[in-house]
Write a protein that binds this ligand. Structure first.
Ligand SMILES: Nc1ncnc2c1ncn2[C@@H]1O[C@H](COP(=O)(O)OP(=O)(O)OP(=O)(O)O)[C@@H](O)[C@H]1O
Length: 572
């Protein structure tokens, strides 16, 4: 139930000190309540008049009110503290997703990361709120109550003292099993989350191929596994708290029985007996409430572990390298660079140099590693072998802020945010003026689209709004690149793969001028682009098969020639 990470939370020592004070105040109020009520009852038993007991009863109520006040203040303070810590975790996780360029999402699954960020953080918040007061109350309250019980009647105090470790021991044994069950439950929850997101994303494909029913059965079986794991954990949690309740009730009964016997044979007095009888349930209460919240806390522990694992995932570099702006004389060199997905080696021993504002075409058969190379150059992936040098600066990878603020990445399916067309175009330059946006629209040929949209540039596009065609999305991506003239490195990953040849040719005319004065890497299956590239890199199974100007490679009749001869190769 208790994760050591909780002691590393910012300001936790101060919080624990405050909570310990609140627990001490509650314990003193418990003792006060027992003491004053027992005094009043014992006096009445000995025949004192009722009005004479008013002061004791008033003191009893004063203790009651003070105790409730302490609980309320404790809850209110913890609510804010837990909220702030949970908010920080969420921010940190978000930062991690952005700084690792979503690698953490790739590695763990969208559903799992989204579940950690939403439900997981809420569970952690509930966990902080539950666990922190319990840490202090389980130590402070029994100690203070026991000290007063000892002063009143050492026999009862001894019974209370002996029973306590038994309950703790039993709780530890049960806790171990419950912890394993809760970890299994959390893992099935992550699988369910990934499955759910995956289904939502693939819903069109499922419908299209009439596989909805079959997939429904798979959703059912994943949900069933989660239900079974949840029920098992709940069963264990309910049973363990029932048994613990039984233990503590038996302990109270033992104290009451011994007191009753000693009252009967006259070896105990009424006042201490009554006071101890009132205090005994309160002595065991913190450990009972610890047990009853055990299950909810385990959810929080698992969520906290999962979030910390995500936050602690390596991101390959410190991103802090200051890099000069790319210019006509800039140079970068890759030597023996390799890259893997898990243990699957995808790029191997890459050696090449890129200079100034040259244009490099990247070609290769499907699966040769073109997209992986573009991802590597964009800093979305880190190499696991070789050296990279930018000018004279060695870099561990391209995940550098100084590099990334210089690139424009244009993939096959550019992502359109759920925002206005204007905001989507001004993605890299939110401060762009209307004139600049209008010029970018004109250059990439988006005028017709803007004219037909109901609210023009202010029309919402992207998911859940006006859908756009692949060609229109590509034009928006190009407009983004055109608008930010300061970004001198263009990375294209098969940007025209989904477009018909007419649209591609029209876009090509608009794209070529955009490439002037920029370093360009252009991964493509379409040979005609190579005529406009300064050099061609031919990839074959993750290695550079050949590299050089197009005319040279054509004259060699090597890897490029073989690639061109393949039937799937488009030579249009
Ligand atoms: N995220 C990933 N995790 C694991 N393996 C991957 C991942 N992305 C790509 N791969 C694998 O890496 C290899 C190279 O893929 P890549 O997408 O770079 O090739 P490509 O040349 O761009 O292919 P295509 O022309 O079909 O897009 C393939 O074997 C692919 O299965």
């Amino acid at each position: 139930m208790l994760d050591r990470a909780i002691f590393a939370l910012p300001g936790v020592r101060r919080v624990l000190a405050l909570l310990a004070s609140a627990s001490a105040l509650q314990a003193l109020c418990i003792v006060g309540q027992a003491w004053f009520l027992a005094t009043a009852l014992a006096n009445l038993w000995h025949g004192a008049p009722i009005p004479d007991q008013t002061a004791w009863i008033a003191l009893f109520f004063a203790c009651f009110v003070a105790r409730q006040g302490a609980v309320y203040a404790e809850d209110a303070y913890l609510e804010t503290y837990a909220y702030d810590r949970a908010d920080e975790l969420r921010q940190e996780l978000l930062r991690k997703v952005f700084t690792t360029k979503a690698q953490v999402v790739w590695d763990n699954g969208t559903g799992s990361v989204a579940a950690a960020m939403l439900e997981g953080v809420d569970q952690v918040q509930a966990y902080f709120r539950l666990i922190l007061p319990k840490i202090t109350s389980i130590v402070v309250i029994p100690l203070i109550v026991l000290a007063f019980a000892l002063a009143l009647d050492w026999v009862s105090a001894l019974i209370m003292f002996i029973m306590f470790p038994f309950i703790v021991l039993y709780m530890i044994i049960l806790g171990r099993n419950a912890k394993d069950a809760a970890s299994r439950q959390y893992r099935t929850f992550q699988v369910l989350s990934n499955h759910f997101i995956d289904t939502l994303r693939g819903i069109d494909t499922l419908k299209l191929f009439g596989a909805g029913k079959r997939h429904g059965a798979s959703i059912f079986s994943v949900s069933e596994r989660f239900r079974e794991a949840t029920m098992k954990t709940l069963r264990m949690a309910t049973l363990s708290s029932l048994v613990l309740d039984l233990f503590s009730t038996l302990s109270i009964a033992a104290v009451a029985f011994m007191l009753g016997m000693r009252l009967l044979d006259g070896t105990a007095q009424l006042f201490p007996a009554l006071a101890i009888l009132i205090m005994a349930p309160e002595y065991f209460k913190p450990i009972r409430s610890f047990a009853s919240d055990y299950h909810a806390s385990l959810d929080g522990v698992n969520a906290l572990k999962s979030i910390q694992r995500l936050i602690g995932a390596p991101d390959g570099s410190d991103h802090s390298c200051e890099l000069p702006d790319w210019g006509a004389t800039s140079r970068m060199e890759l030597r023996g660079v390799g890259c893997s997905y898990d243990s699957h080696r995808v790029l191997e021993n890459l050696d090449f140099t890129a200079e100034g504002f040259r244009k490099y075409g990247i070609v290769g058969a499907s699966g040769a590693g073109k997209s992986t190379l573009v991802s590597l150059l964009g800093g979305f992936l880190a190499p696991d072998a070789g050296d990279i040098e930018l000018g004279n600066t060695p870099l561990p990878d391209f995940k550098q802020d100084g590099w990334q603020r210089q690139i424009v990445y244009i993939p096959q399916d550019p992502y359109l945010f759920h925002a206005t067309l204007r905001d989507n175009i001004a993605f890299y330059r939110p401060d762009a003026s209307d004139e600049e946006v209008a010029r970018a629209i004109d250059v990439v040929g988006l005028d017709d689209l803007v004219a037909e949209l109901p609210c023009g540039l202010d029309t919402l596009v992207g998911e859940g709004a006006r859908a756009l065609s692949g060609g229109q999305a590509q034009r928006i991506a190009l407009a983004r690149a055109f608008l930010d003239n300061s970004r001198r490195i263009l990375l294209f990953d098969e940007p025209t793969a989904h477009l018909d040849i007419e649209t591609e040719m029209e876009l090509k005319e608009r794209m070529l001028p955009l490439m002037e004065g920029r370093l360009v890497f252009f991964a493509t299956h379409r040979l005609h682009w190579l005529d406009d590239m300064d050099e061609v890199i031919v990839l074959d199974d993750g290695r550079i098969a050949e590299h050089g100007p197009l005319a040279e490679l054509e004259a060699n009749g090597g890897a490029l020639g073989r690639l061109a001869a393949q039937t799937a190769w488009e030579t249009t």
